[in-house]
Design a protein around this ligand. Structure first.
Ligand SMILES: [Zn+2]
Length: 97
């Protein structure tokens, strides 16, 4: 089964979830509202770990890692840009799980 990702339509700003193979997760998905394929992955205000909970309502495997990654994201935003490298690496590795 393909994992699900959040997208935002660039045409009508509708936010939706679509499943896509991991390698194609950054490709445009067809918007269910206006049916244009002009969407982008949405990383916005929604913390990554809520996605996990609302997709299937359970704390499945990976929940802890995503929650930790989200905490690191807020820590990162408090750092000056040139000190964000290491923490960003940790976030990336957590999100790969
Ligand atoms: Zn749309």
């Amino acid at each position: 089964m393909c994992p699900s990702y959040d997208y935002e339509c660039l045409n009508c700003y509708y936010k939706f979830i679509a499943s896509a193979p991991y390698e194609e997760r950054d490709d445009s998905q067809k918007c269910p509202e206006c049916e244009l394929s002009e969407s982008k992955r949405y990383y916005g205000k929604m913390p990554a770990f809520t996605r996990v909970t609302y997709v299937d309502g359970t704390k499945r495997k990976g929940f802890t890692e995503l929650k930790r990654a989200s905490e690191l994201e807020s820590e990162k935003s408090g750092l000056p840009p040139d000190e964000r490298g290491p923490i960003q690496k940790e976030i990336d590795s957590l999100k790969k799980l």
